[in-house]
Design a protein around this ligand. Structure first.
Ligand code: PGA
Length: 248
């Protein structure tokens, strides 16, 4: 059985004080959920959030990392540095990083491999652009991102990886993919993994949907057969909304 996983992606929002207050505000209200819960925060907040979340079921995730262990990479943070401060998960290849920070399938792949090596759970984001969906190529695009991102990941490592399917046209736009369309793509991702790896491991991998998820649509999304959770941007910023999402 796959444990559902709901993660808030704060992007470049919140001060340290605001982040800590958020954890304090939600921790008791999310304590009873059967869902795995995480917040993905800017680097500078992570250490304080790990402390604030100690003893709770809220996991703390980074939004990016570098794929090298160390070196002359000004401005970058390694997987080991995240691990050292108690971060457990890391978002890799978010579409905003692909769009604005030259992230490619190749860098995504290197980061996924490194995260696994350091025992961090990679949340690998994939998803098509609007033009690609309009051209009917969305499945080819998503399959390409999926397989390139996972190159070299072994079958026994795959169940650790979380995939986030986020159609780019649905992120921050208020346009959600219909629950059926999202489920259809996520089922396709699972079939692709079954073909490349095996049925057993493809049934273990958790695949989230992301793109304008909010308290009013979370239940419908979570009720779909293949969707195992959500990566939530805008609606994860308010404590009361986050509590509703997690207790959908
Ligand atoms: P959104 O963002 O929920 O604000 O659409 C989702 C994401 O970027 O992960």
């Amino acid at each position: 059985m796959r444990v559902p996983f709901i993660a808030g992606n704060w992007k470049m929002h919140k001060s340290i004080a605001e982040g800590v207050a958020f954890i304090e505000a939600v921790k008791d209200q999310v304590a009873g959920t059967q869902v795995e819960v995480a917040v993905c925060a800017p680097y500078i907040l992570l250490q304080d959030l790990v402390k604030a979340a100690k003893g709770t079921n809220v996991k703390i995730a980074a939004q990016n990392m570098h794929f090298e262990d160390f070196g002359a990479y000004t401005g970058e943070v390694s997987a080991a540095m995240l691990k050292e401060i108690g971060v457990t998960h890391v978002v890799i290849g978010h579409s905003e990083r692909r769009q604005y920070f030259a992230e490619t399938d190749e860098t995504v792949n290197k980061k996924v491999i490194k995260a696994l090596k350091e025992d961090l759970v990679p949340i690998m984001c994939i998803g098509e652009l609007l033009e690609e969906r309009e051209a009917g190529t969305e499945k080819d695009v998503v399959k390409g991102q999926l397989l390139k991102g996972l190159e070299g990941v072994l079958a026994d490592q795959l169940s650790t990886v979380v995939i986030a399917y986020e159609p780019v046209w649905a992120i921050g736009t208020g346009k959600t993919a219909s629950a059926d369309d999202a489920n259809d793509m996520i089922a396709f991702i699972r079939q692709t993994l079954a073909a490349v790896y095996n049925d057993e491991v493809s049934e273990e991998v958790r695949i989230q949907y992301g793109g304008s998820v909010k308290p009013s649509n979370i239940e419908e999304i979570m009720n779909m057969s293949d969707i195992d959770g959500a990566l939530v941007g805008g609606a994860s910023l308010k404590a009361e909304d986050f509590v509703q999402l997690v207790n959908f």
